[in-house]
Design a protein around this ligand. Structure first.
Ligand code: CP3
Length: 353
């Protein structure tokens, strides 16, 4: 196993010393890049792009060709798991993800099984191995999955939603059915992330995009406890190297202590949280990743410098911070503003280490 030339991401996630604060961006490959839009047009659709390992590898590497990022993240989607379960994922133009067969009837829920990633998600594992080969040890590759709860949201609702009313209705009226789906999802997500680690992912991240819309009690019972099962089941080492993991709950600022208590290596923060306070609350229990408001990238280099500088300053001296946005990059982001952000973090962060 080749040694990484730039291991700042891995070291920061493990709270080890680094010469500067590493940076990568959620959704760093995507529609704000003209070369991404060209590749997607060649593939025919977003899903065809995900399912073609050559094109998915090309797109994964696009942001790294433009910017000195400290990590690559495999180009895929969290909804590959429910697609592999047979729910029929598709993307209607400009409308976001949808399922042909959302989970509604009790028998459909009882029939649900976790897919074998080496059979049904082979294309993702092939992309992971191809990207690893292409990176040749330059920077680490991050693998990812959705949280069991966030996947369940799409599987039950059948599409995105502003309130996920169908999911909440099941949560309050038939919690037994929701618990069954979540148990299957936890097994599926654990196997999928471990398969990505075996294929070459050097860190893994769980995206809990919708846990933050739950009540305090429901978040712990229906989202966090299943994310905790996933974390407990993950490989922590592969071929002699530690494989750190990150848990990101959008809207999870009130629950940072319980998220850290899952035993994850790092907690992802959205932009509503003060990162200095988050550090004080979590202490030595986990590293932190975040948390610039993605809207800052729509402004000017001067504003980007000020806002990114403020986050570095609020985190303060020492290790354990991975710079990122508080959610995915907007498709309206001017690509040159990403350069300004990375230069700022690279330029200012050395003095905190
Ligand atoms: O970070 C990266 O560069 C890796 C790629 C990545 C994508 N989706 C590619 C994508 C990652 C990490 C995801 C995760 C994902 N997907 C999440 C969790 C993170 C989050 O944003 O909260 C969720 C909820 C999804 C489901 C999903 N996929 C939605 C809701 C949408 C539509 C919204 C949108 O931005 O279009 C997608 C599509 C999607 N996934 C795109 C990309 C680049 C855009 C597709 C296109 O090219 O049209």
């Amino acid at each position: 196993m080749s040694k990484l030339k730039n291991d700042t991401l891995i070291r920061a996630l493990l709270r080890e010393p680094t010469p500067y604060t590493p940076i990568w961006l959620m959704r760093q490959a995507g529609r704000y890049l003209p070369e991404y839009n060209q590749a997607r047009a060649r593939a025919g659709s977003f899903l065809a792009l995900c399912k073609n390992p050559d094109l998915a590898t090309e797109v994964t590497l696009q942001p790294l060709a433009r910017y000195p990022l400290d990590a690559a993240i495999v180009f895929s989607d969290i909804l590959t798991i429910p697609d592999a379960m047979g729910l029929g994922l598709y993307f209607a133009d400009g409308e976001g993800p949808k399922f042909e067969r959302p989970l509604r009837a009790e028998w459909e829920i009882r029939d649900l099984t976790a897919p074998d990633p080496t059979a049904h998600l082979r294309y993702v594992l092939d992309t992971v191995s191809q990207v690893r080969r292409a990176l040749a040890g330059s920077v680490p590759l991050i693998g990812f999955a959705g949280s069991p709860f966030t996947l369940a949201c799409y599987m039950i609702e059948g599409q995105g939603s502003s309130d996920f009313a169908t999911v909440k209705n099941m949560l309050y009226q038939r919690p037994d059915l929701l618990h069954h789906i979540l148990s299957v999802n936890a097994v599926a997500v654990t196997a999928y992330l471990n398969a990505q680690i075996e294929a070459g992912a050097q860190a893994v991240m769980v995206f809990d995009t919708w846990g933050g819309m739950l009540s305090h009690a429901a978040f712990h019972e229906f989202s966090l406890s299943y994310t905790a099962r996933v974390i407990a089941g993950l490989k922590r080492e592969h071929e002699g190297a530690r494989v750190p993991n990150i848990v990101f709950t959008k809207g999870g600022g009130g629950w940072l202590e319980s998220i850290a208590a899952t035993g994850c290596d790092a907690v992802g923060l959205d932009w509503t949280v003060d990162i200095g306070e988050a550090r004080a609350r979590i202490g030595a229990r986990a590293a932190l990743q975040g948390n610039l408001d993605p809207a800052v990238l729509l402004s000017s280099p001067a504003a980007i410098q000020r806002e990114a500088g403020a986050i570095l300053e609020r985190y303060g001296l020492g290790n354990g911070h991975v710079f990122n946005l508080g959610h995915g990059i907007s498709q309206l982001t001017p690509p040159e503003n990403v350069s300004a952000l990375i230069e700022t973090v690279r330029g200012l962060s050395g003095s905190y280490h």
